[in-house]
Design a binder for this molecule. Structure first.
Ligand code: NDP
Length: 419
């Protein structure tokens, strides 16, 4: 028996909600609340007769703490699942603290307006101290640790695939496969084709900000920063084949460096096709990725928001996307005094996802872990109070749930390593 409030009703939330409704013994009541209520109503209507979960809907502007507090106090959920955008993380965490409710999300905080002087001063200081310049980092949400601990509440951060499952893979490797881990390479491969010259697989604004940021990795406890897309490797992915992949900054590197401090080198690679990179570079060069408003024919527009309006809605890519994703982690280290390598990953098929939940695999591989993470909190498998990332919890029940609900793991005990 549980009551869950989901905030957001985009591509990822659509999958997470449909999967919650498959596990209707755990998710007995669920309220979908978002900025555009008609999207919540349409999903509730599509779920009618397919689940025992009692689904209701509400309108909320999650940038406003008082609106969130009113909604949470009236619905009285056991858990708030934030599947809106990273911009809303802090307001939703504030509201959860005020109302005494557990919190989870799928991506760490970043500000919508990166020109905000107050935020920028803190950002500049953080970049100098830590040595990476991506706009997103954990400091904002880690600052809530004591507040959540004192309130006896849990905040689970970044419970999608990457971040999310990749950290559970790391916790699993540490628990079962290694005495010490020396290196971790996280490899995110999307071998899918959506048929468009250019489109993003999740929210375009958030996606393009992430991908256009300088790359960085951790070596011997220090961040090494490199120009965007300047480290390229080729890898032959199971079920996908040979792909070009590029080193990116990614948020779980930051938390893994803290929680598995023995690791000497931590890197994240993502595959991109040449067409995506050429489009992105061009858009960046002409200023279309900027978050700074410009005056245009008497209107103020934010270039990246205008671009988002032009690009296909990621939630609409389901029918046209074919191919597979392969996301996982390669480890080197020692077990019983001997050198060991290990690769754990998931392969997911875009069209299979579409048949099941009317979505492509990127939303699927994010929405299913969000549901499984919520399940861990609601069924008392993960009970640690405070603010935590996925690798801080027991990976076993979570990976078992992923196996069961559509993202089964594969293993390779002799993988090709990335040089
Ligand atoms: P979408 O843009 O498809 O959906 C975002 C949803 O949030 C929309 O329903 C939107 O409403 C709603 N929303 C936005 N602002 C507000 C607000 N102020 N108040 C209430 N609702 C709001 O995004 P995705 O589904 O693609 O992504 C969702 C999250 O998942 C993002 O944080 C993204 O970074 C994360 N993600 C994580 C991954 C992982 O592996 N960990 C991978 C992919 C994504 P409206 O319809 O009105 O616009």
């Amino acid at each position: 028996m549980s009551r869950v409030l989901v905030i957001g009703c985009g591509g990822v939330a659509n999958v997470a909600i449909r999967k919650c409704c498959q596990a209707d013994d755990v998710f007995t009541e669920l309220c979908i609340a978002s900025r555009t209520k008609s999207k919540c109503d349409a999903l509730a209507e599509a779920l009618k007769g397919k689940t025992k979960t009692v689904v209701t809907t509400a309108q909320v502007d999650a940038d406003k703490v008082d609106e969130l507090v009113d909604l949470i106090n009236s619905y009285k959920p056991d858990l708030v699942m934030n599947i809106a955008l990273p911009y809303q993380d802090l307001t939703i965490m504030d509201a959860c603290l005020i109302c005494g409710v557990n919190y989870m999300d799928t991506a760490n905080y970043e500000p919508e307006d990166t020109d905000d002087p107050e935020w920028r001063a803190i950002y500049e200081k953080r970049c100098k101290e830590k040595g990476f310049s991506a706009y997103f980092d954990y400091s904002w949400q880690w600052a809530y640790k004591e507040k959540f601990e004192k309130a006896g509440l849990t905040a689970l951060l970044g419970c999608g695939f990457d971040p999310g499952v990749t950290q559970a893979y790391c916790a699993y490797a540490k628990k079962h496969e290694f005495d010490t881990i020396d290196t971790i390479d996280i490899l995110d491969c999307n071998g899918g084709d959506h048929g468009y010259a250019f489109a993003t697989n999740f929210n375009p604004e958030v996606n393009l900000r992430e991908v256009s940021a300088p790359g960085s990795y951790i070596e011997n406890g220090k961040w090494v920063e490199i120009p965007a897309m300047s480290i390229k490797r080729e890898y032959d992915f199971d079920a996908v084949g040979m792909k070009d992949m590029y080193l990116l900054h990614h948020e779980e590197l930051e938390s893994l460096a803290v929680n598995i401090p023995e690791v000497k080198r931590l890197r994240f690679f993502m595959t991109f096709g040449q067409s995506y990179l050429t489009h992105m570079k061009c858009l960046e060069n002409v200023g279309m990725l900027s978050t700074t408003p410009v005056e245009f024919e008497g209107h103020e527009i934010v270039p990246i928001k205008f671009l988002k309006a032009l690009l296909p809605d990621p939630a609409s890519l389901g029918p046209s996307t074919h191919g597979k994703t392969n996301i996982g982690c390669i480890f080197t280290g020692k077990k019983d005094g001997k050198d060991k390598t290990y690769y754990i990953y998931n392969v997911c098929d875009h069209q299979e996802c579409y048949k099941e939940v009317e979505s492509q695999a990127i939303s699927y591989t994010t929405g299913v872990p969000a549901m499984c993470g919520a399940m861990m909190l609601l069924t008392g498998k993960w009970t640690e109070k405070g603010v935590h990332t996925v690798e801080e919890f027991d990976p076993d029940p979570f990976l078992d749930a992923l196996d069961k609900y559509g993202l089964p793991r594969s293993e390779n005990f002799d993988p090709v390593l990335v040089d």
